[in-house]
Design a protein around this ligand. Structure first.
Ligand code: ADP
Ligand code: MG
Length: 366
């Protein structure tokens, strides 16, 4: 068991790397605490697998250190690091039975023979593989093979951490949901640090207590699903998390308002002050569709806007409207009146975030 510390870590696959953009991992510090259930979430190509492989030791980082607790492990092999890793596609021994596939990691670490069957059966039971234990792996379906692959990762409870690299990609949706819950149960039972890589926000938030959102080789936010939703630290988090994502307006600011296309929208003074102090001209206001207030009648604090479209998504509706020529989306609850041509909207100060050079400003969380 260990805390995993990444110190001034960076990685490039390009021997002649110079610019930031040559790096798959841009220099970062990060701590994965012992016993956490974490997700590493980000789009394809942002560096998730690179980071996992650096932690497990399959890949040696170009810069920086990996520490388990206080020990530097850069020079240690994956076996010596004592980490289990489950990949996107099954890694099983086709000619062995499912039982032998699951027993293999235990034999490898020299577990006493009489202890092995109980452990294998326990994992087989959790993953619902008991009925196929004596089948050869090559005769299994893709789903079953991946479950065996996961079982091989889960069978040892003496590992420092278990890393999952998009393990449910080849699994059908129904089973996916079940396996995610199983992983969570396993985590609760054994308290092993787990890092679960995915590009799917739903998968991340159902599995993890804390999510690291990765974008372009950087972890741009590490927080609970709620923090990512309510206080996206970076515009990418606002955009990537949520459905639809956060609305962004390119604005200018004064001490009381953001200015957008001739409109003055009141905003939090501390956030505005930070934006002014930055001197940057790249300032955005961001608000989630869920937090925009919408009326179908005029109202003192509301802006009159033109409705573009209302999309019915069953339990809620998405209202799209024009604000200063730009489309903005608001989420309406089931019981809310639907404005037709004109709607009246306001942007509660608390939920209007200000971003300078893509990062949220105004230290007003506490
Ligand atoms: P993710 O897992 O988030 O999809 P990766 O870590 O696989 O992202 O890749 C990050 C970046 O590094 C991408 O631009 C990818 O093309 C590049 N990359 C990954 N593996 C290699 C490799 N073996 N050689 C060269 N470039 C690579
Ligand atoms: Mg990957």
């Amino acid at each position: 068991m260990a805390e995993i510390i990444l110190r001034s870590l960076a990685h490039t696959y390009d021997a002649k790397a110079g610019a930031d953009s040559d790096y798959a991992i841009r220099q970062m510090d990060h701590v994965w605490h012992q016993g956490g259930a974490y997700a590493l979430l980000g789009p394809s190509g942002c560096g998730k697998s690179t980071m996992l492989n650096i932690i497990s030791g399959l890949l040696s980082p170009s810069e920086g250190e990996v520490l388990f607790d206080t020990e530097r492990v850069n020079e240690l092999s994956p076996e010596e690091r004592n980490i289990a890793q489950v990949f996107q596609f099954p890694v099983v021994y086709d000619t062995m039975t499912v039982y032998d596939n699951l027993a293999f990691p235990l034999k490898n670490i020299g577990m006493a023979k009489h202890l092995i069957p109980a452990k294998v059966h326990e994992v087989a039971d959790i993953l619902e593989l008991t009925s196929v234990l004596h089948r050869k792996a090559k005769n299994l379906s893709a789903d079953e093979k991946q479950k065996v692959s996961m079982g091989r990762g889960l069978v040892r409870d003496d590992v420092s951490a278990i890393l999952f690299d998009e393990p449910l990609t080849v699994i059908d949706p129904q089973l996916k949901w079940k396996l995610r819950r199983k992983l969570k149960q396993i985590h609760e039972r054994f308290n092993i640090t787990m890092i679960y890589v995915t590009h799917d926000q739903l998968e991340a938030s159902t599995f993890a207590e804390k999510i690291a959102v990765m974008y372009d080789g950087q972890i741009v936010q590490f927080g609970t699903p709620r923090e990512l939703f309510e206080r996206p630290a970076h515009t990418f988090v606002g955009f990537f998390i949520g459905s639809p994502g956060m609305n962004f307006l390119e604005v200018t600011v004064d001490e009381h308002n953001v200015h957008f296309s001739g409109l003055r929208i009141p905003a939090n003074p501390r956030r505005l002050q930070s934006a002014i102090a930055s001197g940057s001209s790249n300032i955005k206001a961001g608000i989630r569709p869920e937090f925009i207030h919408v009326w179908d009648e005029p109202n003192d604090e509301a802006f009159e806007v033109e409705v573009q479209d209302v999309e019915d998504l069953g339990t809620y509706r998405i209202l799209s409207f024009y604000l200063g020529g730009q489309i903005v989306r608001a989420r309406l609850n089931e019981d809310q009146n639907i404005p037709s041509q004109k709607a009246y909207v306001s942007f509660p100060e608390q939920w209007l975030n200000i971003y300078v050079d893509e990062y949220r400003v105004g230290d007003d969380d506490e």
